[in-house]
Design a protein around this ligand. Structure first.
Ligand SMILES: Nc1nc2c(ncn2[C@@H]2O[C@H](COP(=O)(O)OP(=O)(O)O)[C@@H](O)[C@H]2O)c(=O)[nH]1
Ligand SMILES: [Mg+2]
Length: 262
């Protein structure tokens, strides 16, 4: 994923407004938790029943969530999940094979420790990403209900290199509104800016119109730690929005007024 530019609206938001300490995992107090995500300096891949090993004094509550990715074929759903899980594939070049559509449902678990502001101990977000190939979704009617069952969040993806994927967003967001889901828009392939078909001003107009923040993702070289640092703003943002939703549901915090339903 590419570095976010300084004009990114994520940067213009005051981090003190966040209920979680942004960037905490990459700061010194987060270090033992960061290490629990790595194995021999690579991101550890967690199986279904596995979780990060932490010494007993550092044990933290786990908060499981289910997230589903939406976006037309080739937009970068599988690549985004791989980047967030720390198992990125090589981005496509003339020498690498064309896009392979995901054949059925791929579920990937990403653990993300976070520090709630004012709390003595961190929490561990257990994010289950459900990624389903479009062809399979169309062919097998039972897949979509399975993906949507007990869902907490939807990631709606568009690609900066695919204008049509951006133009589909309003309809996709309208379909999701009022369903009580955390909805996050992610613009992929931000590293391919010379081929951009979606301008920054279009993204800002969408953000202003819908009252949301668009997250950016893009491929970039680098090892596990560099990949983790690039994934951190997206995972922090997902954790933050899920946390806020739960706080509002529990009556601990008030919902933001004026924010369109998501
Ligand atoms: N350069 C670049 N290529 C990407 C990015 N995301 C996806 N791709 C490429 O776009 C193609 C489709 O991606 P994929 O994740 O399989 O799309 P999906 O059908 O939505 O799952 C693949 O060849 C990826 O390598 C990105 O952020 N940057
Ligand atoms: Mg795919």
């Amino acid at each position: 994923m590419a570095e976010r530019d300084s004009q990114d609206p994520q940067d213009s938001q005051d981090p003190r407004d966040s209920p979680l300490e942004r960037g905490w995992l990459l700061s010194p107090p987060g270090r033992p938790y960061l290490e629990s995500l790595l194995q021999r300096n690579r991101r550890r891949v967690f199986g279904l029943l596995e979780r990060p090993a932490l010494p007993p004094p550092l044990a933290v509550p786990t908060l499981p969530y289910k997230l589903f990715l939406v976006g037309r074929s080739g937009v970068g759903k599988s690549a985004l999940v791989a980047a967030l899980a720390g198992t990125p594939r090589t981005p496509r070049t003339a020498a690498t094979p064309a896009h392979h559509e995901t054949l059925g449902i791929e579920a990937t678990t990403v653990f993300w420790p976070a520090q709630p502001r004012g709390s003595a101990r961190p929490v561990l977000f257990q994010l289950h990403f459900w990624d389903c190939g479009d062809g399979a979704l169309r062919k097998f009617e039972h897949l979509l209900p399975a993906c949507r069952e007990e869902l907490d969040a939807v990631l709606v993806l568009f690609s900066f290199t695919d204008r049509a994927s951006f133009e589909e967003l309003p309809a996709q967001l309208s379909r999701l509104s009022g369903q009580g889901l955390v909805t996050v828009v992610v613009g992929t392939k931000s590293d391919l800016s010379p081929h951009a078909a979606v301008a920054e001003r279009d993204v800002r107009a969408l953000e202003a119109e819908r009252g949301l923040r668009v997250l950016r993702a893009g491929a970039a070289p680098g090892g596990a730690r560099a990949g983790l640092a690039r994934a951190a703003p997206i995972l922090d943002s997902l954790a933050e929005q899920l946390w806020k939703r739960d706080q509002v549901a529990a009556g601990v915090a008030r919902g933001e007024e004026g924010t369109p339903p998501s």
